[in-house]
Design a protein around this ligand. Structure first.
Ligand code: FE
Ligand code: FE
Length: 189
């Protein structure tokens, strides 16, 4: 029984560590990483939205959840064209980023400060995705996969747009917080 289990573990590892002899193999590997990352986000974003206090932040996260479903669909379309399986990889980086975000959201504290922390976690996620999509978009171009390159570019732009929106939200939340703090100071006097 145990031998059988070990054998399965080894087979699983070999599957996860496919050989990388060509740019196309690297392209598929990185697409699988992103596919897994996006699917992890589909589960994590609703929890993040729930943890947020600001209505604007909740809305921003929820609308990015819809976009994330589109990102998954685009990747599936690309895999179909490639005749490859999108599954088989775990994005450890995304797992870590999500874990850190959840850890932060569980902490107690002032709502606006926690919201600023949630935004920071979300922006780290966006930056990871921006880096990943930038790479695969470039590979798709180099490999002559024009349609895939266009799809990946669309996702890349949506990730960048989300990042920008989060920066604006952070500024408004932090500004409101600063204004509040000033008012408190006046009260103390
Ligand atoms: Fe995405
Ligand atoms: Fe994203």
């Amino acid at each position: 029984m145990r031998v059988e289990q070990n054998r399965n573990v080894i087979i699983q590892r070999q599957k996860n560590m496919s050989k990388l002899n060509s740019l196309k193999e690297l392209y598929v590997e990185e697409l699988r990483d992103l596919y897994n990352a996006e699917n992890q986000l589909l589960k994590a974003l609703p929890k993040m939205a729930k943890a947020a206090s600001s209505e604007e932040l909740k809305d921003a996260i929820e609308s990015h959840l819809e976009e994330t479903q589109t990102h998954v669909n685009r990747l599936e379309q690309i895999f179909e064209e490639l005749d490859e399986d999108p599954k088989g990889k775990t994005c450890k980086a995304m797992k870590g980023l999500i874990e850190e975000g959840q850890e932060l959201a569980k902490q107690k504290g002032k709502k606006s400060v926690l919201d600023a922390g949630i935004i920071s976690s979300a922006q780290k996620v966006e930056h990871y995705e921006i880096a990943g999509y930038g790479c695969v978009r470039t590979y798709a171009n180099l490999l002559g996969f024009q349609e895939a390159a266009t799809l990946l570019q669309s996702t890349l732009e949506e990730e960048a747009e989300t990042d920008k929106k989060l920066t604006q939200l952070a500024e408004s939340i932090i500004n409101a917080q600063a204004a509040e703090a000033e008012e408190e100071e006046v009260e103390v006097k």
